[in-house]
Design a protein around this ligand. Structure first.
Ligand SMILES: C[S@@+](CC[C@H](N)C(=O)[O-])C[C@H]1O[C@@H](n2cnc3c(N)ncnc32)[C@H](O)[C@@H]1O
Length: 321
């Protein structure tokens, strides 16, 4: 029969357990090492050979419950093809208490990523991996997204969770608390709406919204889901008139945040409202007319690397005079 730990691992893999007990499961030597280096707290480690233990920082294993199991058992539990280095049960990391790699911190640009309704774990992990590679300073993840500690997200993230602050489970109202007050929020949108009347202060009423409703079709299809949590809320009578820029136009100037929408739900109304409030724009990657939209992770990568390029270029320009 199976080792009693089998049940334990199966349970730790469930979202309910992660939420109720504040624990996560990490597999493989690389991820476990990354997590330990960032200060995540390992509680229980399942390992199959003493060899695999040696690859881990021994000083960090002092107060850890070590459980030796047969390699065959780890293979049954693991999502990895070659699950060397075992499986560790960690306390769910608190971004405020983590220590991220210095080389990563030295290479960030003032670019934050906000994930909105990303439901697919492979996409979310891929997006995190790109965000780290593009030198984002942090990633904010709203409640409409898949759990960032789900094994598939961790696997696709390739250690991204332990390289920059990833703040998850956020309500939209809390997002501004994680952005400096000068941050301009841009939203990735596969629909190109033209310049809109954004920026033309004479069209705006006192609240900063403009009162033209140019894009009837979009307001009906894209935002149907924005209040599906059953909560009654006062929607603005008009959508904020947030105009579009192409991704290669100048947008990343100073403190910048980028919102990426989900696979089926797209952008939320909250995202657009925040873009409107901060004088941001929609960002559009021009596509062949036969294509409706790009995959969320693909769009995120293109925009993040372009944002990085623009931010670095501006810094270089400023440094010259
Ligand atoms: C698959 S698309 C969303 C499609 C969804 N059915 C909808 O109606 O909104 C996923 C997300 O990727 C981003 N995206 C996709 N294609 C894009 C493009 N060409 N330009 C800018 N962002 C794009 C947007 O943030 C979008 O919400």
């Amino acid at each position: 029969g199976l080792h009693p730990s089998h049940k334990m691992v199966t349970i730790v893999k469930s979202k309910k357990f992660r939420e109720q007990h504040g624990k996560i499961l990490l597999e493989g030597q690389r991820l476990i090492t990354d997590a330990l280096a960032a200060g995540a707290q390992l509680q229980t480690l399942f390992f199959s050979t003493v060899e695999s233990l040696k690859a881990l920082p021994l000083d960090k294993l002092k107060r850890v419950q070590l459980i030796k199991v047969k390699f065959e058992e780890i293979k049954i539990w693991s999502d990895l093809v070659t699950p060397h280095g075992g499986m560790g049960i960690f306390r769910r990391p608190d971004h405020a208490k983590m220590k991220y790699p210095t080389v990563q911190q030295e290479n960030t640009v003032p670019l934050s990523l906000i994930c909105d309704n990303i439901r697919d774990p492979g996409n979310l992990g891929t997006i995190l991996r790109s965000a780290v590679a593009a030198g984002c300073s942090k990633v904010l993840i709203t409640q409409g997204c898949v759990d960032v500690w789900e094994p598939k997200v961790l696997r696709a993230g390739m250690g991204a969770h332990f390289r920059i602050p990833v703040v998850s489970n956020l309500e939209w109202e809390a997002i501004p608390n994680y952005l400096s007050s000068s941050t301009v929020v841009y939203v990735a949108d596969h629909a190109y709406l033209g310049a809109g009347s954004s920026g033309q202060a004479d069209n705006m009423d006192a609240s900063g919204w403009v009162s033209t409703r140019q894009h009837e079709k979009q307001t009906e299809t894209e935002y149907e889901d924005s209040d599906s949590d059953g909560e009654e809320r006062d929607l603005p009578l008009e959508l904020p008139d947030v105009g579009s820029l192409r991704y290669h136009d100048n947008w990343a100037q100073d403190q910048t945040a980028l919102v990426i929408g989900g696979e089926t739900h797209g952008l939320s109304l909250d995202a657009l409202l925040l873009a409107g409030k901060t004088d941001g724009r929609r960002l559009y990657i021009p596509m062949s007319p036969s294509v409706d939209s790009l995959n969320s992770a693909m769009a995120a990568s293109i925009l993040l690397f372009e944002g990085r390029r623009q931010l670095l270029f501006r810094t270089a320009e400023a440094g010259r005079d």
